[in-house]
Design a protein around this ligand. Structure first.
Ligand SMILES: Cc1cc2nc3c(=O)[nH]c(=O)nc-3n(C[C@H](O)[C@H](O)[C@H](O)COP(=O)(O)OP(=O)(O)OC[C@H]3O[C@@H](n4cnc5c(N)ncnc54)[C@H](O)[C@@H]3O)c2cc1C
Length: 286
């Protein structure tokens, strides 16, 4: 099938993109096109205008005092291969290796994946795990949205139709932090059936100072497993403690059954993957 007819505007400035988004009836932003173009071709999206933002200066990876700041148009592959990201946020580097395959990652953008808000996608879950902050621009200026408020449902975000995601701020985690991504998918480049993203920060005595656990593919939005995180805080992590936290993490999920997997299977796998991820993150924090 071919896409329904639409007008096309290649924006040469953020202001021009915002004006087009606010004046056209049903305009859509085009970034890497790796999610939007398949939707157009299947006529699941029928915008009147595509506002192409690929000419905008929104592609960058920068370190500020205690954050990495990524421009929304930064390609997945640029983030994945960035030495700065590998040094300061290796959770993100590991997560990106699970996003599609290299051809997809060459075109797909960091901001596009977040704005698309697929509940099985890796980057929204990483953003939720790290309490990322999203900088959004509209015709009336900038606003900041926390990752937990940004994802409002499956494919739904707090972005207004006339707003552009321009930048994402991710905190750099302290020394003695380990990380792990454990993902189950049918083929290596498929979206996750379930994926678990963990960081563990240890104190000087080797006890868990802070754990961050987020789960993709197990609810309409990425899930932050707060009770599981709390159950680990302050203790030297033993296999029994980790297994208990993994069960807590699975209990926080709200999976649906679909043609890919039944809900019970996803919940069971969330526990298995959480146990593996916490164990590996704890081991790599030493
Ligand atoms: C075969 C295949 C396999 C894939 N596998 C995975 C996978 O395993 N994991 C995964 O996470 N993803 C996967 N993807 C999706 C891929 O990561 C996409 O790159 C990503 O979801 C969307 O990014 P994009 O830049 O291509 O956005 P686009 O497709 O251009 O846009 C997606 C949506 O976001 C909106 N949008 C884009 N940028 C902005 C912005 N700056 N501000 C506001 N709205 C914006 C668009 O209007 C559109 O609604 C796969 C895609 C394909 C084709």
């Amino acid at each position: 099938m071919k896409a329904a007819a639409f007008d096309y505007l290649r924006a040469s400035s953020v202001d021009e993109a915002l004006e087009a988004l606010s004046t056209a009836e049903n305009a859509k932003v085009l970034a890497g096109g790796q999610s939007l173009v398949p939707l157009l071709n299947r006529r699941l999206a029928r915008p009147s205008v595509l506002v192409d933002i690929n000419g905008l200066d929104l592609s960058s990876i920068q370190r500020t005092n205690d954050h990495l700041v990524l421009g929304a148009l930064t390609r997945h592959r640029a983030v994945e291969t960035s030495p700065l990201v590998a040094r300061d946020l290796p959770l993100l580097t590991e997560a990106l290796r699970h996003v599609g395959h290299v051809a997809i990652r060459n075109r797909g953008t960091f901001g596009g994946s977040l704005a698309h808000a697929d509940p099985a996608a890796e980057l929204p879950a990483v953003a939720v795990a790290l309490d990322a902050e999203f900088t959004v621009r509209g015709e009336h200026g900038l606003r900041t949205i926390s990752a937990r408020d940004f994802f409002t449902g499956s494919g739904q975000t707090a972005l207004e139709a006339d707003e552009l995601l321009v930048e994402v701020r991710l905190p750099v985690l302290p020394a003695r932090t380990g990380h792990a991504v454990e993902e189950l998918s049918r083929r290596s480049h498929d979206l996750a059936l379930v994926a678990v993203f963990v960081t563990v920060t240890l104190d000087a005595d080797g006890a868990c100072e802070q754990a961050r656990i987020a789960i993709a593919g197990a609810g309409p939005t990425p899930i932050r497993a707060i009770a599981a995180e709390e159950s680990l805080r302050g203790s030297v992590l033993t296999p029994a403690l980790i297994a208990g936290a993994a069960r807590e993490a699975a209990a926080a999920t709200d999976p649906a059954s679909d043609l890919h997997a039944p809900a019970d299977y996803r919940r069971d796998m969330a526990a298995v993957l959480a146990r593996r991820a916490i164990t590996r993150a704890n081991g790599s924090a030493r």
